[in-house]
Design a binder for this molecule. Structure first.
Ligand SMILES: [Zn+2]
Length: 396
């Protein structure tokens, strides 16, 4: 308890640093693999606090690894720093806070318990909002020496464990034949008809879907002029499900809807997967339990939400399939201040947000300390992970 208090105080003493890191990154939003300033800031901060730096990591310019070895053998614990912004919206997902928390938790542990066993890392992962930075990093072996990973994410609720959907981003291109819509309608093949039929087929399918899945899409090209029978129509859909098995089943059904619609209209359809596939996120429950205990120690209340309520998708899902991972979220404003909204932008810089960020950073630092010093906990973490990901996870 005495050491835990010391770690919490060390985080508290870094409150000023946390606020300035958050503000500096917030004021200079950079999107998807362009996070030069933010990754540089994280790097400089950790370097000046005794961490050795590996950058760029995994061949990505804005990815980094900061490492500090403790004394003696023990687990290798990584704190994840995200720092990418949203297009047009700045830091409306609060990744600037995630970076500040990772930096402060790492430096606090280093100061309060420099001789902890194992090694402590901060891994800076770019492009969470769409680029899947973590996936490239996993595939290139950046996490192969990691035994457990953690990050704390601002939100509209405080919840230690949640799940997240697997997601695929899929483009459907329907091709027909152009013709004068009034003079020669019989000679055209209408790709827009195929698109509309597809949209409606998916809407009908939604009625027969399991609860824990989502399919949603838009037309990105619907035709060129009313007097031309549309010859090319392009649609983009996100398909999401909590479990991999059902995800594949659903993906196959959506593809069948597209083929059926194309056939009805006499068109061809091309189905193309865009970008990375995000895996479903499964939290490490034993790390979650330890985190909860530490929240009690700091006196932070958890809201009561089910673990599948109000969830999205993230490349942290892929990480959770490679390494035992925890991704708690914490309220920085009211219930109505939801991620990716203008309200959230204000909450990221608010006094309430600051207090919550400091509190959750303490809980994360304390949980890292537990992982270092409690072999029983680490054994549980490994055992639960092995049961869930029998093939052993790490791709390297
Ligand atoms: Zn986010």
């Amino acid at each position: 308890m005495r050491i835990k208090r010391k770690i919490a105080e060390a985080v508290e003493s870094l409150a000023g640093d946390m606020v300035s890191i958050n503000k500096a990154i917030f004021d200079k939003p950079e999107i998807c693999f362009k996070e030069k300033f933010a990754s540089g800031l994280v790097m400089d901060y950790l370097k000046s606090n005794g961490f050795s730096i590996e950058a760029p990591a995994a061949g990505l310019d804005t990815a980094l690894k900061a490492i500090r070895k403790g004394k003696g053998k023990g687990p290798r614990v990584a704190l994840i720093a995200e720092y990418d912004a949203l297009p047009e919206m700045g830091h409306a997902c609060g990744h600037s806070m995630i970076a500040a928390s990772a930096c402060a938790a790492a430096v606090a542990i280093n100061r309060a318990v420099p001789n902890h066993p194992g090694s402590l890392m901060v891994i800076g992962t770019p492009a969470e909002e769409g680029g899947g930075g973590k996936i490239t990093m996993i595939n290139r072996g950046a996490f192969k020496n990691v035994d457990a990973a953690m990050m704390v994410h601002p939100s509209n609720k405080t919840r230690v464990v949640c799940r997240m959907y697997a997601i695929d981003d899929v483009e459907f291109t329907f091709t027909g034949k152009a013709a004068h819509a009034a003079a020669f309608p019989d000679q055209g093949i209408n790709a827009l008809d195929a698109g509309v039929l597809f949209y409606n087929a998916v809407s009908a399918l939604r009625q027969q879907m399991k609860d824990e899945a989502r399919v949603h899409g838009v037309f990105t090209r619907g035709g060129d002029a009313p007097n031309i029978i549309p010859e090319r129509v392009v649609m983009r859909f996100f398909v999401r499900a909590l479990e991999r098995g059902y995800f594949s089943e659903l993906m196959a059904k959506v593809a069948e809807c597209a083929r059926g619609a194309a056939k009805s209209a006499g068109c061809k359809v091309r189905i193309k997967k865009m970008g990375h596939s995000y895996d479903p996120f499964h939290p490490s429950y034993p790390i979650g339990e330890a985190f909860r205990e530490n929240m009690k120690f700091i006196v932070i209340d958890e809201d009561s939400f089910g673990e599948t309520e109000e969830i999205g998708s993230s490349d942290i899902g892929n990480l959770s399939q490679a390494v035992p991972t925890l991704h708690p979220e914490y309220a920085i404003g009211g219930r109505e201040d939801i991620n990716h909204s203008r309200n959230f932008l204000k909450a990221v810089m608010s006094a309430r947000g600051k207090k919550a960020m400091i509190g959750m950073t303490k809980a994360m630092a304390l949980t890292a300390y537990d992982l270092f010093t409690n072999p029983g906990l680490m054994a549980q973490v490994r055992e639960e992970f092995k049961r869930r990901v029998p093939q052993g996870g790490k791709k390297d």
